[in-house]
Design a protein. Structure first.
Length: 126
């Protein structure tokens, strides 16, 4: 099964050797997104703004692949401070519908560009 790259100008351009997402059949693997504004390629200020921007970036890539956040079956959240986990949950409820995707949350020492949060996802398109 050939892999197909997914690209959109509505999400930040890759800042390394990766694709925004790769589609393989009905499964789409969305690369990690940090709170970069796609127009300026600058990190937005504050953890809440970054969480919202991450979900917006993931939604843009999901749309470019022909889906939406409702098609996400797996989400991984990386936080530099797990004290922000409750706020991530609150914000996430505004972007996802039940049933929520399976999820893992990890505390990490640092993220690219000094981001406070990063998320990647797996999406299934029936």
């Amino acid at each position: 099964m050939p892999k197909q790259p997914v690209h959109t100008e509505a999400a930040p351009q890759a800042i390394g050797t990766y694709s925004q997402a790769i589609r393989c059949g009905a499964t789409v693997y969305l690369s990690g997104q940090i709170g970069l504004d796609p127009a300026s390629m600058q990190l937005v200020e504050g953890v809440e703004a970054q969480v919202h921007r991450v979900f917006q970036n993931l939604a843009a890539v999901a749309a470019a692949a022909g889906g939406s956040l409702d098609h996400v079956v797996r989400l991984t959240v990386y936080l530099t401070d797990l004290a922000h986990f409750a706020r991530v949950n609150e914000i996430m409820a505004g972007y996802f519908n039940r049933p929520y995707p399976a999820r893992a949350a990890l505390g990490v020492a640092s993220l690219p560009r000094g981001a406070l949060v990063e998320m990647d996802a797996i999406m299934y398109l029936e």
